[in-house]
Structures are given as structure tokens and as C-alpha cells.
Design a binder for this molecule. Structure first.
Ligand SMILES: [Zn+2]
Ligand SMILES: [Zn+2]
Length: 324
């Protein structure tokens, strides 16, 4: 059973009751391109790829375009993946300035990008525009062209999500000497007192030629705990941190509250799994090897989140529990 931590940061509360008699774990990709922007396949074929690979929901997030996809009526009516409306609100590089991209998830209309010149005001203006269009905002690939980091993001209010993994080869997710990786940027934002949840995404563009240098589907996803496969439940689950992110590690169980965080991994092949519990400043409070791990916060950690690292290189990240 999932238990909610006491949230002391200003984050949205889940719309459902804290404990529910039943729920589902639903897998989805929330960053996807098609021929409606710079992807190399049609919305129909992209949706087909994700259906064939077992995804429950999908956000088509074309650049500055709301791609609405509806299943055809007929005998073979598909229910998966559920289509969640989305757009990548995109300010491209221009006049020497860095690109700023934000995913708008669950929007009811297209969001026009706003250029407020400086980095933080531009991110903030577009987050606000996304929220006023009925969506939640994800801050995408901060290390794409080394655009910005936690020193900027911690000054932005109202963004729900931050990409801690992006499958595009130009996303520089691992950082470099003197450059924080995406996961370190996340800890920097959390340590700065801003509640934001970490997502893994494909940022898929290429569906025909599969190669490490291409941005192919299937590299990063989220698994949302929701009452039903419905748009509102998925968006609420993302907004409230009721999900984990993955690049290949599957969790069999996850319990998360301010009293205890515990994970159980679904094993694959002979991979060995190490789970670390991380708090303020990116500090590792505990680490153990095996299929199960748990941690009882002492209260001074600021926040605690778990990351499961597989010997294969894959990861799963749980969302932080905030402590007073
Ligand atoms: Zn982008
Ligand atoms: Zn993108």
C-alpha cells in the first residue's frame, strides 16, 4: 500500500484520497515527437510503436504544436496507449541565447512560447502559460547545449517536473567535469527548497533507424500509480509525484512516506541491483545491494529519495519524500 509523506513544501496535493482500495501502475512516455514537428514518423505510426511495446499512455509533444490523435472508430478499437494532450513549448537558440524547452502536459489548448529574454523569467513565463492552459509543466533537458542548471531552476515556481533523464543523445544527462548531471541538478533544486519531481523521457524523434546516435523510443519512461487509465488521473499522478521514473529497472513494490521508503525490484536476468537513499545536498544516507531495500528517515535529511542502479546500467528513481 502506498502511503503519503507529509508534504511541507508547496506542492499540489493528490486529488484522490491518500489511501485507495485499488490502483494500477501505468507506464507512459511523456516526451515524444512526430512528423507534426521534427520526428521522422507519423502520429499513427508513433502511437503504434508505443502500443506494441506495452505503453499504457503517451504524450505526443511536438514543438509548439498540439498534436491531437484520436483512434479510428471501428471493430478494432484500441484503448492503449491513452493519449494525454501535450506540446513541447520551444524557444530555440537565437541571438546567442540558450534554448528553453518545456513540456506542457494535459493542456486544453496550444501554448505559444514566450520570450522574456533572460533565462529564469523566460522559464517562469512559459510555466505560467502552461498552467493557465490547464496543464502541468516539465522543465526539459537542462544540459542540452548546457543551457541552464539548478541555480536557475530553483528560482522558478509552479513547475511540476524536471527531466532527470532524457534519451536524446544531445541531452548530456551525465554532465561533465564542472557541469552537473541531470540527477545532480535535481538534487540542487530540491536542496534549494523547491519541490519538483524527476521524470525519465524518450524525447524520441527517430522511429526508422535504431542507433545510439539517434533519439529512438524506449529509453526512458514513467510509471504512474493511478486509479484508472484516464487523462486526469495520469496528470494528477504526475503532478503529485505518485510515480517512479525508469530507464529499465522495474519495481515490483514501492512504499513511500515520511516514516519509511521501501522498494522491491522485479529482477531481470542475473543483474545485480544497488539501492541508494539520497537526501539534501545529494548526500547518500544508506546504500544496499539486493532486490529489496528500505530506509526510515531520521528527520534531518531534508528529503529522501531512492535510486535503484542495475548492473546493466539501467536505473529507477522514486520521488522525494519531504521532511520537516
Ligand atoms: Zn527539447
Ligand atoms: Zn523534444
Amino acid at each position: 500500500m502506498w502511503k503519503w509523506g507529509r508534504l511541507v513544501y508547496p506542492v499540489p496535493t493528490p486529488s484522490g484520497r491518500p489511501t485507495l482500495p485499488s490502483f494500477k501502475w501505468l507506464k507512459g512516455n511523456i516526451h515524444t515527437h512526430t512528423t507534426e514537428s521534427d520526428g521522422d514518423d507519423t502520429p499513427e505510426n508513433v502511437v503504434r510503436w508505443y502500443r506494441r511495446h506495452g505503453y499504457d499512455f503517451l504524450v505526443l509533444s511536438d514543438h509548439n504544436h498540439l498534436t491531437l490523435f484520436e483512434y479510428a472508430e471501428g471493430r478494432r478499437r484500441f484503448k492503449r496507449p491513452l493519449m494525454v494532450p501535450g506540446e513541447e513549448v520551444t524557444l530555440s537558440i537565437h541571438e546567442g541565447r540558450t534554448p528553453i524547452h518545456l513540456n506542457a502536459i494535459g493542456i486544453s489548448r496550444v501554448v505559444e512560447p514566450i520570450d522574456a529574454v533572460e533565462t529564469v523569467p523566460t522559464i517562469q513565463a512559459n510555466v505560467d502559460a502552461i498552467v493557465s492552459a490547464g496543464g502541468i509543466a516539465s522543465i526539459n533537458h537542462p544540459n542540452y547545449l548546457w543551457s541552464f542548471d539548478h541555480s536557475h531552476i530553483k528560482n522558478v515556481t509552479g513547475a511540476s517536473l524536471l527531466e532527470i533523464y532524457n534519451g536524446h543523445p544531445a541531452a548530456n544527462v551525465h554532465g561533465a567535469p564542472g557541469k552537473a548531471g541531470n540527477e545532480d541538478i535535481w538534487d540542487g533544486v530540491l536542496t534549494g527548497g523547491r519541490a519538483i519531481f524527476g521524470v525519465a523521457t524518450d524525447d524520441s524523434h527517430h522511429y526508422k533507424d535504431f542507433h545510439p546516435g539517434m533519439s529512438n523510443p524506449g529509453r526512458g519512461w514513467v510509471v504512474v500509480r493511478a486509479e484508472a487509465l484516464e487523462v486526469e488521473a495520469i496528470v494528477d499522478g504526475l503532478a503529485s509525484g505518485s510515480f517512479y521514473s525508469s530507464t529499465g529497472v522495474e519495481l515490483a513494490d514501492l512504499e513511500s512516506s515520511s516514516a519509511a521508503i521501501s522498494v522491491r525490484v522485479k529482477p531481470e536476468k542475473d543483474f545485480i541491483y544497488t539501492t541508494a537513499f539520497i537526501g539534501r545536498g545529494g548526500h547518500t544516507h544508506a546504500e544496499s545491494t539486493g532486490l529489496e531495500a528500505s530506509y526510515e528517515p531520521e528527520g534531518g535529511e531534508g528529503y529522501v529519495r531512492a535510486v535503484v542502479r542495475s548492473s546493466s546500467g539501467a536505473r529507477a528513481w522514486t520521488q522525494p519524500v519531504f521532511l520537516s
